[in-house]
Design a protein around this ligand. Structure first.
Ligand code: NAG
Ligand code: NAG
Ligand code: NAG
Ligand code: NAG
Ligand code: NAG
Ligand code: NAG
Length: 484
């Protein structure tokens, strides 16, 4: 049945006047933050009586209602051992084609292994298995083929008011990703697992009912059709929980302010160069503020004001009134948590969309952006003191947080409402613009532009000929005059 399902992405079948649907949710990327984003949506759908089958790299421990989970966590090993991200993290240059190629190769292999998993094979072969809706993360490489319809540009470190050079690069990148997205490997993997008679992936994607975007219009203004719904802006945020006692004492006692430092779940201590760590340790040594540092290893040379923990309840820490600045890698969820807790940021981006998010922070005055390759003890210290002493960053963060919160429906409510809308109407085609099927030259009006160019060229040519003729006649006339 799964075979049929991937054929009808997000399209529903044979539902009796909605109520409860059987939903298959697939999030293939082994990255905690990718999984975290969807959790509240899954749980809420489960609570409302829908039955979910969840294929995830990070199964939830608390066995939520109505959710059956298939554990794909083995893919982490593949990602960390074979596709060593240390190099990407440490690279001084930002080589986009190289990053994309390695990313795509990794995802192809991961998805192939995931689909070969015995539990998935059982699911695939079970004739009585039936689903009404497929909810799938768009980064799946076999779905990548469809990026031609939706330009995904999160890897470009540009933001607002692009210069000519940036627009040129952006266009080249789009063309490149369309070209790369026609990936035969992804197509092969799909055929291997779903049968040789599978239609081309680019045909399958045209059956998508709706696309949810994990971003908020405050940060992401673009023309979108009604099938695209912004659900970002803190959808993953949990209710406030009390802090562990020791951590609470540490934060409560820091009346002069706390610096919270974490590089998220993807950038690990062994990815960092030792001189970068030295700069961080030396900077903290010179500050009178307390520092809470989320890091997997302890650093013996650290000063007394620094507390290192392997894991911290980040959302609750950021909500603590004494936390004054968040030094972050600028993953989208960290950024949202910080803004919605009214904490300004110092961003040190490392991989994927972090560079672009970092520009968003700096351009809107929500914090200060630093470059991991060029940061020094002095610039790091100056940035921290500037954020601590200048209230403009905190004011801006508060302003943006108020904008994000001021919505008729929260991101979660929108996600649930629109998911059930798709279920109620057994798939949604009416929101999709007919342009989806247009050839690119028509979409870009190249034929129209070509036609007018030709008309203008012909006119110029005729005008030129007439002018020449007239001039010739005139010259001949004047010659005749002279002769006479
Ligand atoms: C698209 O959806 C329609 C209607 O649900 C279905 O008949 C068709 O087979 C689907 N096409 C593909 C390629 O999945
Ligand atoms: C998922 O599998 C891993 C081993 O591959 C195991 O360590 C982990 O506990 C499993 N998670 C759940 C929730 O069963
Ligand atoms: C990853 O790359 C780094 C630097 O290139 C190297 O030191 C490390 O041993 C590699 N790790 C693995 C698991 O290959
Ligand atoms: C096949 O799917 C049905 C319906 O979900 C389920 O009841 C049954 O246990 C499955 N069979 C196997 C062998 O997993
Ligand atoms: C920051 O402000 C504090 C008090 O508000 C002051 O003591 C300190 O000198 C200021 N630091 C800088 C670098 O301006
Ligand atoms: C505070 O920061 C803002 C934004 O960078 C800047 O415009 C302003 O001049 C700063 N204020 C002071 C007192 O330095």
């Amino acid at each position: 049945m799964l075979i049929r399902l991937l054929l009808i992405l997000l399209i529903c079948y044979t539902i009796q006047e909605t109520t409860c649907a059987k939903i298959l949710a697939v999030v293939p990327v082994p990255s905690y933050s990718h999984q975290l984003f969807f959790r509240r949506i899954w749980k809420e759908l489960g609570k409302r009586g829908h039955e979910l089958t969840l294929l995830t790299t990070d199964p939830m421990q608390d066995n939520p209602e109505n959710i059956r989970q298939i554990n794909w966590s083995f893919t982490y090993a593949l990602r960390h051992n074979k596709y060593n991200i240390t190099k990407v993290v440490q690279d001084n240059e930002y080589n986009l084609p190289k990053i994309l190629a390695s990313y795509q190769a990794m995802l192809n292999e991961i998805v192939d292994e995931e689909l070969s998993h015995p539990d998935i094979q059982t699911l695939l072969k079970n004739e009585s298995e039936h689903f009404d809706l497929l909810l799938v993360e768009y980064l799946h490489p076999t779905l990548y083929a469809f990026s031609s319809g939706l330009s995904v540009q999160i890897l470009l470190p540009f933001e607002r008011d692009l210069s000519f050079k940036e627009r040129l690069l952006s266009t080249l990148y789009s063309v490149y990703s369309i070209y790369k997205s026609n990936d035969d490997v992804a197509e092969e993997i799909a055929k291997k697992h779903f049968g040789q008679d599978l239609p081309p992936l680019e045909i399958i994607i045209k059956n998508v009912s709706m696309v949810f975007l994990n971003t908020h219009p405050v940060f992401n203004v673009r023309p979108l059709g009604p099938g695209f719904i912004h659900i970002g802006g803190g959808i993953h945020l949990e209710d406030q929980n009390p802090l562990p006692k020791e951590l609470k004492i540490f934060l409560d006692s820091a009346k002069e302010g706390v610096i919270y430092f974490s590089l998220g779940t993807n950038v690990r201590s062994h990815h960092l160069k030792s001189n970068f760590i030295k700069i961080v340790v030396d900077t903290f040594k010179e500050l009178r503020y307390k520092v809470l540092w989320k890091f997997e290893i302890d650093i013996p040379e650290k000063s007394n004001n620094v507390k290192i923990l392997q894991w911290v309840p980040q959302q609750d820490v950021l909500r603590h009134e004494n936390v004054r600045v968040f030094i972050t890698q600028c993953g989208i969820q960290s950024m949202e948590e910080s803004i919605l807790s009214h904490v300004p940021m110092i961003s040190i981006p490392f991989v994927s969309d972090q560079k672009m998010n970092s520009l968003k922070i700096a351009n809107r005055g929500l914090g200060i952006a630093l470059n991991k390759n060029t940061v020094t003890k002095d610039s790091f210290k100056a940035a921290i003191i500037e954020i601590m002493n200048n209230s403009s960053y905190r004011d801006k963060v508060r302003e943006v947080a108020n904008l994000i919160r001021d919505e008729p429906m929260s991101g979660l409510e929108k996600a649930i409402w629109w998911t059930e809308y798709v279920i109620r109407h057994k798939g949604v085609k009416h929101f999709w613009h007919p342009n989806v099927d247009l050839p690119l030259y028509q979409y870009l009006l190249l034929d129209v532009i070509g036609f007018f160019t030709l008309v203008i060229a012909i006119n110029i040519f005729i005008l030129y000929k007439i002018t020449c003729k007239t001039l010739n006649i005139y010259r001949q006339c004047s010659k005749k005059h002279k002769v006479e």
